[in-house]
Design a protein around this ligand. Structure first.
Ligand SMILES: Cc1ncc(C[n+]2csc(CCOP(=O)(O)OP(=O)(O)O)c2C)c(N)n1
Ligand SMILES: CC(=O)[C@@H](O)[C@H](O)COP(=O)(O)O
Ligand SMILES: [Mg+2]
Length: 624
C-alpha cells in the first residue's frame, strides 16, 4: 500500500508522480470501506481526493494554513496528516471528528461544520500574517454550495482590498447537498460549460473579424490582454472586477494540472480564486449517480450502495413531510422555505407537488428568515424548515424581521436536541434558550409523531411567530392515546398523582415516561406533564404542580442556561412556593460527536441517570 508510506503531513511529497494516481485509488477504496461501516460524508470526500493531494504536494503543512469550508470533505486531508488509524472511530464518541478540529491536529487550522466561513477565517489568518510578519500561505477551500452563503460574499468583498497572497480554492462539483441553486450557481455553470466558452469565444472572434480594419485590431488587442478574449465571456470577471485574480477552470482530478495552477496562484500578490471542477462521488458509481444520497451516508452495502439497516419507522422529518403535503393541498397560502436542505428537512415532496410554492434559497439561513418575513407581510403563510443549529445564524432576522413585526412565520426546527455523530457544531441544544427569550415568539415541542402533526396544524392556524422544535431520527409512536387538542400555552397532564411531578419538553417526554415507571416501581407517586409549550409557559400548570407535589423535575434536551427548567424555577421562586425544582438538561457546554444514547448517558440525561439523581439528590436514599 502506498498509503501506508504516509505517516504524517508532507510524507506525500516523498511519493513519486507515477504513484499519485494509484494512491488516489487507494484513498478512495479506504474511504468507501470505512464510511460504508461508520457512515459519514462520502460523496464530497470522494470528489476532493486529487485536489487534496495536490494541495498537500504544493503547500507546507502545518506552516501553511488550509481552511476547509463546512469541513465535511476533509477526510483525505486527515489521511495525509497521519490520522489513518483513527478512521476506525470516525464520528464515534471519543474518536475522530468528521470535521476539522484544531484540537485534533496542528494541520487543522480552523474548526468548521457550518457553511461559508472559510474565506472570512482565511482572511483573518492573512491579516494576522501581515501584522506578525509571518511567511506562511493561507488557502481557503470553499464549495459551490457554500458559495451561496452570504458570509462568503462579505468576505470576498473584504478580500478585494488585499495586497498580499490569499488563495481561495473554489471546489465546484455543481452540487450542494441537493441540486445547487441561484445566480452564482448559474454563473459557475456557464464558466464550467467548456462548450459554451469555446463557442462564445469563436463567436465573438467571428463577429469582430467581420468589422473591417478595426475588428482584427480588437481581436489582436484582446489576445494580448492578461486573460485575452476570455474576458468577454466573463469567466471569472465577477471576481476579476473585484480585484480578485481568477484562475481556471481546471480539472480537479488532474494532479499535475492542479499543481501547476497552485504554483501560479502562489505568485499572485492579492486574493486569487482558483476554480477547480470536481465530480461529487467520484470513483464509486452509486455515489456518482446519487450524490445527495451519499452526501451524509448511513452505513451501506458497498456492492449495492443500499443502506445496511432498513428503516422501519418514520422519523420526524418524514412526519413533517407528510403534513406539509396535506397543508399544501388544503391551503394555497402555505409556502415552504429551505436553506439548501430540501432532503434533510423532508420538504422535497412539497417541492415536487407545489414547485411554485417551494423556495430553496441556498445556504442562506439569514436570508431565508427575512425572505419568509416578506412572504408573511404580504399575506402568505411561510413555513421555514431549518435545522436547529443552522437557525443560530438567523438570530437577528428572527428578532428584527419577524418578531418585532409579529409576523406569522412558522419555524419547523428540525434536529433540535442531540444529533449525534456530527458533533459540537450540529447539536441543536441552544434553540430553547435563544428562541424562548424573544418577545412575541411562541415555542412548542411535540412528545410524539401525532403531536408534531397537531402542532403544525395549530401553527398554520395561529397568527404570529411560532416555532416547533423536534429531534433528529425516529419519531416516537408511544403515548398514542394522549391527544388532547392543542391550546395556546396549555400543557398536557399525562398522569396526575402526587409527591413528584416530571414536566418534560418534547423528546424528553418519552424518557420521563420511563423514569416515572421506575420511580413507581420503587414506590413513589409520580405525575407526568407534557409541557407542549416552552413559550408561553403554562404558569397555571406550574402553580398547581408546585402546590400538589414535593418535587418538580423539569426535563429538556437543551442547555440548562436559558432553558425551560430555568423558567419553571424562576416562576416557582417568584411565587414563593417552597417546592424544590430539579432541572434535567444539558450542562452549559458543547457536546462532542457520538451515538446519541451514549451522549445522553455521558450528560446524565438518560433514564437511569435521571432516576438515580432524583432518588439520591432529593429523596436522600441510595436505594436505587
Ligand atoms: C449554515 C449551514 N447550513 C447548512 C449546512 C448543511 N450543509 C452541509 S454541506 C452542504 C452543502 C455544501 O455544498 P458544497 O459547499 O458545494 O460542498 P459539497 O457537498 O458539494 O462538497 C450543506 C447545505 C451547513 N453545514 N451549514
Ligand atoms: C455537513 C452538514 O452540515 C450536513 O451534511 C449534515 O451532516 C447533515 O446532517 P443530517 O444527517 O442530520 O441531515
Ligand atoms: Mg458542491
Amino acid at each position: 500500500m502506498i498509503l501506508d508510506r504516509i505517516q504524517r503531513e508532507n510524507d506525500i511529497k516523498k511519493i513519486g508522480a507515477d504513484d499519485w494516481n494509484p494512491l488516489a485509488e487507494e484513498i478512495r477504496e479506504f474511504l468507501i470501506n470505512h464510511i460504508s461501516t461508520s457512515g459519514g460524508h462520502l460523496a464530497s470526500n470522494l470528489g476532493v481526493v486529487e485536489l487534496t493531494m495536490a494541495m498537500h504536494l504544493v503547500f507546507d503543512l502545518p506552516k501553511d494554513k488550509l481552511i476547509w469550508d463546512v469541513g465535511h470533505q476533509s477526510y483525505t486531508h486527515k489521511l495525509l496528516t497521519g490520522r489513518k488509524d483513527k478512521f476506525d472511530k470516525l464520528r464515534k464518541f471519543g474518536g475522530m471528528s468528521g470535521f476539522p478540529k484544531r484540537s485534533e491536529s496542528p494541520c487543522d487550522s480552523f474548526d468548521t461544520g457550518h457553511s461559508s466561513t472559510s474565506i472570512s477565517a482565511g482572511l483573518g489568518y492573512v491579516a494576522a500574517r501581515e501584522l506578525l510578519g509571518d511567511k506562511n500561505r493561507v488557502v481557503s477551500v470553499i464549495g459551490d454550495g457554500a458559495l451561496t452563503g452570504g458570509m462568503a460574499y462579505e468576505a470576498l468583498n473584504n478580500a478585494s482590498r488585499l495586497k498580499s497572497n490569499f488563495i481561495i480554492v473554489l471546489n465546484d462539483n455543481n452540487m450542494s447537498i441537493s441540486e445547487n441553486v441561484g445566480g452564482m450557481s448559474q454563473y459557475l455553470s456557464n464558466i464550467r460549460t467548456a462548450e459554451a466558452y469555446t463557442g462564445f469565444k469563436t463567436g465573438v472572434e467571428k463577429t469582430l473579424s467581420k468589422i473591417p480594419v478595426y475588428g482584427d485590431k480588437v481581436i489582436h488587442q484582446l489576445r494580448k490582454t492578461k486573460s485575452g478574449i476570455k474576458q468577454l465571456m466573463i469567466p471569472g470577471m465577477l471576481f476579476e472586477n473585484m480585484d480578485i485574480t481568477y484562475l481556471g477552470p481546471v480539472d480537479g482530478h488532474d494532479i499535475p494540472g492542479l499543481i501547476r495552477i497552485f504554483n501560479e496562484a502562489k505568485k499572485v500578490n492579492r486574493a486569487v480564486l482558483v476554480h477547480v471542477l470536481t465530480k461529487k462521488g467520484k470513483g464509486y458509481s452509486p455515489a456518482e449517480r446519487h450524490p445527495a444520497r451519499f452526501h451524509g451516508a448511513e452505513p451501506f452495502e458497498i456492492e449495492t450502495g443500499l443502506p445496511s439497516k432498513k428503516r422501519t419507522k418514520a422519523n420526524y422529518s418524514d412526519i413533517f413531510s407528510t403534513v406539509m403535503r396535506k397543508f399544501g393541498d388544503r391551503d394555497p397560502k402555505v409556502v415552504a422555505v429551505t436553506a439548501a436542505m430540501p432532503d434533510g428537512t423532508g420538504l422535497k415532496r412539497f417541492k415536487n407537488m407545489f414547485p411554485e410554492r417551494f423556495f430553496d434559497v441556498g445556504i442562506a439561513e439569514e436570508h431565508a428568515v427575512t425572505f419568509a418575513a416578506g412572504l408573511a407581510a404580504a399575506g402568505l403563510k411561510p413555513v421555514v424548515a431549518v435545522y436547529s443549529s443552522f437557525l443560530q445564524r438567523a438570530y437577528d432576522q428572527i428578532v428584527h424581521d419577524v418578531c418585532i413585526q409579529n409576523l406569522h412565520v412558522i419555524f419547523a426546527v428540525d434536529r433540535a436536541g442531540l444529533v449525534g455523530s456530527d458533533g459540537e457544531t450540529h447539536q441543536g441544544i441552544l434553540d430553547i434558550s435563544f428562541l424562548s427569550s424573544i418577545p412575541n415568539m411562541t415555542l412548542l415541542a411535540p412528545k410524539n409523531k401525532w403531536e408534531l402533526s397537531d402542532m403544525l396544524k395549530f401553527a398554520v392556524d395561529f397568527n404570529g411567530p411560532i416555532a416547533i422544535r423536534y429531534p433528529r431520527g425516529e419519531a416516537y409512536d408511544g403515548l398514542k392515546d394522549f391527544r388532547a387538542p392543542i391550546e395556546l400555552g396549555k400543557s398536557e397532564i399525562l398522569y396526575d398523582e402526587s409527591e413528584i411531578v416530571l414536566i418534560a419538553v418534547g423528546s424528553m417526554v418519552k424518557i420521563a415516561e420511563n423514569v416515572r415507571k421506575e420511580l413507581k416501581d420503587i414506590g413513589y407517586q409520580c405525575s407526568l406533564v407534557n409541557a407542549r409549550f416552552v413559550m408561553p409557559l403554562d404558569e397555571t400548570m406550574v402553580k398547581t404542580a408546585a402546590k400538589e407535589h414535593n418535587l418538580i423535575v423539569t426535563l429538556e434536551e437543551n442547555v440548562l442556561s436559558g432553558g425551560f427548567g430555568e423558567k419553571v424555577s424562576a416562576y416557582v421562586a417568584a411565587c414563593n412556593f417552597p417546592t424544590r425544582v430539579i432541572s434535567v438538561g444539558i450542562p452549559n457546554e458543547y457536546v462532542e460527536h457520538g451515538n446519541v444514547d451514549i451522549l445522553r448517558k455521558e450528560l446524565g440525561i438518560d433514564e437511569p441517570s435521571i432516576t438515580k439523581r432524583i432518588i439520591t439528590e432529593y429523596l436522600g436514599t441510595q436505594v436505587y
